[in-house]
Design a protein around this ligand. Structure first.
Ligand code: FL6
Length: 312
């Protein structure tokens, strides 16, 4: 099987001054994940690496750069899933951790559980030797500014546009295993303790070697109502292509509950899609040593991996 990776850096509205940062952040993440796959690495390692790269990038609403809750703190959600055996691990409302996706992987691999939340997730991090960092280190000037303007959370899902930047990745490796990973700071001014789709299996992501893997972004409560990540894989099981399945699931979410969002997906035969019902979503993919990326509907830039690495 030829390896493929697809990543997203969040659906919503990306302000002009953030576009270049979002494009280079998603391409960097896709190239990092792909280089693991090219060296024979597995899909789980590739999606973890890609998401870690975007958690560390302050352009995105995940890890450093996360939006702030009503009390001005960062609380993050993340999930990772292995399509080989349907194992998955997640953390929700976790604080003071640089890379929630790594903690989610530890939940998957080192516990009998699938989701640890809030204080329990931090206790587990401590037990695993994951360093706690001051919460301030995750806060950027921009997220503080947006919080202090007291922007309401996006209670109207149809106008979902304020907090792009959730990150995610899906991949298939040369053994045909698929995996997904998703990580977010959630919604600005959310209530303390609010858990969104990105920590919930089937909503924020799903991976099954029998069909493929998906990672989602958008208005979390809407995505949870329609179980977006699993829904689109069902459509593929029913015979749709990744593009048709993604559009059908997004359209259902829009018409049924009025929610907007975006998805990335890779099938177990290596076909992929990056689709969104919001104005924008940053995404990038590498397949056959070719990088493609974009932000607006219809925008697709293409270059070889070699060219892309040279210009980095
Ligand atoms: C683009 O923003 C998001 O994806 C937010 C995330 N889905 C949440 O509701 O927590």
């Amino acid at each position: 099987m030829k390896p493929v990776i697809v990543v997203h850096g969040g659906a919503g509205r990306i302000f002009k001054d953030r576009e270049e940062g979002a494009r280079s952040g998603v391409t960097r993440a896709a190239l990092k994940g792909y280089s693991i796959l090219k060296q024979g690495g597995n899909a789980l390692d590739a999606v973890e690496e890609a998401v870690t790269s975007m958690e560390d990038d302050p352009h995105f609403n995940a890890g450093c750069g996360s939006v702030l809750n009503e009390k001005g703190e960062v609380e993050m959600d993340a999930i990772i899933m292995d399509g080989k055996n349907l194992a998955s691990g997640a953390v929700s409302a976790v604080k003071c951790i640089a890379n929630p996706i790594k903690l989610a992987r530890l939940v998957m691999e080192k516990t009998e559980h699938m989701l640890l939340t809030d204080h329990g997730a931090n206790l587990f991090a401590k037990a695993m030797g994951v360093p706690e960092i001051p919460g301030e280190k995750l806060i950027t000037e921009r997220s503080r500014e947006r919080w202090s303007k007291n922007l309401e959370p996006d209670s109207n899902p149809q106008e979902f546009k304020k907090d792009p930047g959730t990150v995610g990745a899906v991949a298939i490796d040369n053994e045909g295993n698929v995996a997904c990973a998703t990580s977010t700071g959630g919604l600005t001014n959310k209530l303390v303790g609010r858990v969104g789709d990105s920590a919930c299996i089937g909503s924020g992501g799903y991976a099954d070697n029998h069909v493929g893997a998906s990672s989602t972004t958008g208005h979390g409560e809407s995505m949870m109502k329609v179980v977006l990540a699993r829904r689109l894989l069902y459509h593929m099981e029913q015979g749709m292509s990744p593009v048709e399945a993604a559009d059908t699931a997004l359209n259902y979410m829009k018409t049924r509950v009025g929610g907007l969002g975006g998805v990335i997906v890779v099938s177990n035969s290596g076909d992929w899609a990056a689709r969104f019902s919001t104005k924008q979503m940053s995404w990038a993919t590498v397949k056959d040593d070719q990088l493609q990326y974009g932000i607006y509907t219809g925008e697709i830039h293409t270059s070889s991996v070699a060219e892309a690495l040279e210009s980095k």
